[in-house]
Ligand binder design. Structure first.
Ligand code: FEO
Length: 167
């Protein structure tokens, strides 16, 4: 049986994942307003992933025989100064999520809740990927605005990357 402290912390993280989903959907709407369809599509995929993360927590609590508490989530920010600012926000947000997941893992270990620790392992790995994805985009956007020729470099990089996918 899951302890109340762990249950409450998992439940809070579930609601934070749903918040992440709405934040990324708001970013998608921001990019749509700028006709940046690719950026918008990327954020929509991200929003769906966050919904799936929230549902993983939902189902875990159900499997543990506890009552899930879906609380209201705060409204996300809806505007940013630049596309780069939106992605910097996304990266900073993922870093905060990572900290929450690590706190959860720490709690599970302290409570000797090995089932929850095992369940959280997936999220620990996922956060490495989440930060890397957002970090790469922030890096590329900064380089594209700072370095002459960087955009051509990216086009060439994209072209060369196709070889690995078709080989
Ligand atoms: Fe659910 Fe982006 O972490």
């Amino acid at each position: 049986m899951i302890k109340d402290s762990v249950r409450d912390a998992i439940n809070a993280q579930m609601n934070r994942e749903f918040y992440s989903s709405s934040l990324y959907l708001a970013m998608s709407a921001y990019f749509e307003s700028m006709n940046l369809k690719g950026f918008s599509a990327w954020m929509q995929v991200q929003a769906k992933e966050e919904l799936a993360h929230g549902m993983k927590f939902f189902h875990y609590l159900v499997e543990q025989g506890t009552r899930v508490s879906v609380t209201g989530i705060e409204a996300p920010r809806v505007d940013w100064e630049t596309p780069l600012a939106a992605f910097e926000h996304a990266l900073g947000h993922e870093e905060k999520v990572t900290a929450h997941i690590h706190q959860l893992m720490d709690l599970a270990m302290r409570e000797k809740d090995f089932a929850t620790a095992g369940f959280l392992g997936w999220f620990v790995s996922e956060q490495v990927e989440e930060e890397a994805k957002a970090g790469e985009i922030v890096f590329k956007m900064k380089l594209a605005s700072a370095e002459k020729g960087a955009v051509l470099l990216y086009l060439l990089d994209h072209e060369l990357g196709k070889r690995g996918k078709t080989a």
